[in-house]
Design a protein around this ligand. Structure first.
Ligand SMILES: Cc1cc2nc3c(=O)[nH]c(=O)nc-3n(C[C@H](O)[C@H](O)[C@H](O)COP(=O)(O)OP(=O)(O)OC[C@H]3O[C@@H](n4cnc5c(N)ncnc54)[C@H](O)[C@@H]3O)c2cc1C
Length: 383
C-alpha cells in the first residue's frame, strides 16, 4: 500500500511535531510518523531554556498558563563531587515540563492544525525518486506501508534509522554516552536547576509539573559498565560519587514507570542539516545536554526548516534553493553555538575528581559559560 502526502515528517518528538504543526497550519497535507506510541516518557532533563517561550508562542503554546503548572527556574546551581558549589542566575525564567506532557501538547496542536499522526510506524527506508519526490517505507506491526511525498523531513533524533542513507561522513564524536532519567516525588527544590558532577558525567535535577522533579544523567558508557542494569541502579551508583546528590535523592522516591534510557548517545562535531533531505533537532545536531539547549535547537531548526519547506512546496523556490538555503541558514545559526557547547563539555568531562582544585578555578567561568554563552539570543544568534 502506498499513501500520498505533500510532506512526511519522520519522528514525532519535539522537532518533528513542531515542524508538522507548522506545515499543516500552512495548508500542506502532512503526515507525522513515529515508531513509538504517545504519550511516552523520553530521556531528557526537561529543562526548557528561557528562549523556548518565544518559539512555543509562534506555535500558539503557552506552557506557563497550563494546569498543572510546570516548574519554574530562575537560578542554576552546580555542585562538584567534593562539595564545591557555584550558583548563578539564569538569563530569564526557565520552564520544567515532562516530555510526556510537552510532546502530548504538541501532538494535540499538530492534529488540530490538520496533521495526521501515525504511531507505531517504524521508518525503515527513505529514498529520493527520479522526479525529486520521496518514498518512505515503514513497518507498522506486521504490515509494510509506504508513503510518497514531495518533501521529507528527518526528525528521528540522535539515532539514524537503518535503511536511511548516511551523509558523506560520520559527523559524530567517538565518545559514547548513555542518557537515563527518572521522575521523583518528595524532593522539594527551590526554583532552580541543580547540576551534580560525578565520575563519568553529570546529573541534573529540575522541578516539573505536579510537584515532581526530573532526575536525568548523561554518563560515559565506560563509566557505567558493571554498575547495574536498571536506571535506578545506575543513578544510585553515580550518585555515590557526590554525597550532596545522594542526600538529595534520599529525600524522595522514584515515580513508577518513568524510568527510561537512551544509548548510545554520540555528540555532533558539526551540524548535519541535509543528506538527501533536511534534518532537524537531534537528527541535525546533538549538542551536549549540559547546555540545556537541545529542545531550543529542536524548536528553532523546526521553524527554520518549515519556512524553507513551505516555500519549496508552494513552488516559490527550486529543489536546489530548498537544499542550499536551509543548509546555509542552519549552519550559520548553529555552528558557533556547537563549538562553545563542546568546549564546555570538554571542561566538564575533565577528570573532575583528581583535578578538583584546578577545576574550582575554572568552574566560575564555566558556570557563566553554561548559562550565558550557549543561550540563543532573541534573533537566534549565539552571544
Ligand atoms: C540525558 C539527556 C538530558 C537532556 N536534557 C535536556 C534538557 O534539560 N534541556 C534540553 O533542552 N535538552 C535536553 N536534552 C536534549 C533533548 O532531549 C533533545 O535535544 C530533544 O529531545 C531533541 O528533540 P528531537 O525531536 O530532535 O528528538 P527526539 O525527541 O528524540 O524525537 C525523535 C523521535 O523520532 C522517533 N524515531 C526514531 N527513529 C525512528 C524510526 N526509525 N521510525 C519512526 N520514528 C523514529 C523516536 O521514537 C522519537 O519520538 C537532553 C538529552 C539527553 C540525552
Amino acid at each position: 500500500m502506498t499513501r500520498q502526502a505533500d510532506v512526511i515528517v519522520a519522528g514525532a518528538g519535539i522537532a518533528g511535531s513542531s515542524a508538522a504543526l507548522q506545515l499543516a497550519a500552512l495548508g500542506h497535507r502532512t503526515i507525522l510518523l513515529d515508531r513509538q506510541e504517545f504519550p511516552r516518557h523520553k530521556t531528557c532533563g526537561e529543562f526548557m531554556s528561557p528562549e523556548t517561550k518565544e518559539m512555543l508562542a509562534v506555535l500558539g503554546i503557552n506552557l506557563v498558563s497550563r494546569t498543572p503548572a510546570p516548574g519554574n527556574m530562575n537560578k542554576a546551581r552546580i555542585i562538584l563531587p567534593r562539595g564545591g558549589e557555584i550558583g548563578a542566575p539564569l538569563p530569564g525564567n526557565a520552564t520544567g515540563i515532562s516530555r510526556y506532557e510537552l510532546d502530548r501538547i504538541l501532538h494535540e496542536k499538530a492534529e488540530s492544525a490538520g496533521a495526521e499522526i501515525v504511531t507505531k510506524a517504524v521508518v525503515t527506508g527513505i529514498r529520493k525518486l527520479d522526479d525529486n519526490r520521496y518514498e518512505v517505507d515503514t513497518r507498522q506491526g506486521d504490515r509494510k506501508v509506504s508513503y510518497q511525498a514531495l518533501a521529507v523531513i528527518g526528525a528521528y533524533g540522535t539515532k539514524k534509522p537503518r535503511g536511511v542513507a548516511s551523509g558523506a561522513e560520520d559527523t559524530r564524536d567517538n565518545t559514547v554516552y548513555i542518557g537515563i532519567k527518572s521522575h521523583y516525588r518528595g524532593i522539594a527544590i527551590p526554583e532552580q536547576v541543580e547540576l551534580y558532577f560525578c565520575e563519568g558525567g553529570y546529573i541534573g535535577i529540575s522541578p516539573i509539573e505536579d510537584g515532581k522533579v526530573n532526575v536525568a544523567a548523561l554518563l560515559t558508557l565506560d563509566s557505567v559498565q558493571g554498575r547495574g542494569k536498571s536506571v535506578q541502579e545506575i543513578l544510585q551508583k553515580a550518585a555515590g560519587g557526590n554525597r550532596h546528590l545522594t542526600a538529595r535523592l534520599a529525600e524522595g522516591t522514584p515515580v513508577t514507570d518513568t524510568q527510561v534510557s537512551i544509548a548510545p548517545v554520540r555528540l555532533s562535531d558539526t551540524p548535519e542539516p541535509w543528506s538527501e533531505f533536511p534534518h532537524i533537532g537531534d537528527a541535525m545536531l546533538m549538542i551536549p545536554p549540559l547546555c540545556g539547549d537541545g529542545m531550543s535547537i529542536a524548536l528553532r531548526s523546526a521553524l527554520i526548516c518549515s519556512g524553507w519547506t513551505d516555500r519549496y512546496l508552494k513552488g516559490m523556490i527550486s529543489y536546489e534553493e530548498w537544499q542550499t538555503g536551509y543548509s546555509a541558514e542552519a549552519d550559520q545559526e548553529f555552528t558557533r553555538l556547537l563549538k562553545r557547547a563542546r568546549r564546555i563539555q570538554k571542561l566538564a568531562f575533565a577528570k573532575t575528581n583528581r583535578l578538583y582544585p584546578g577545576l574550582a578555578r575554572v568552574f566560575p567561568g564555566l558556570a557563566r559559560y553554561v548559562i550565558k554563552a550557549t543561550r540563543l539570543s532573541e534573533t537566534g544568534m549565539a552571544r
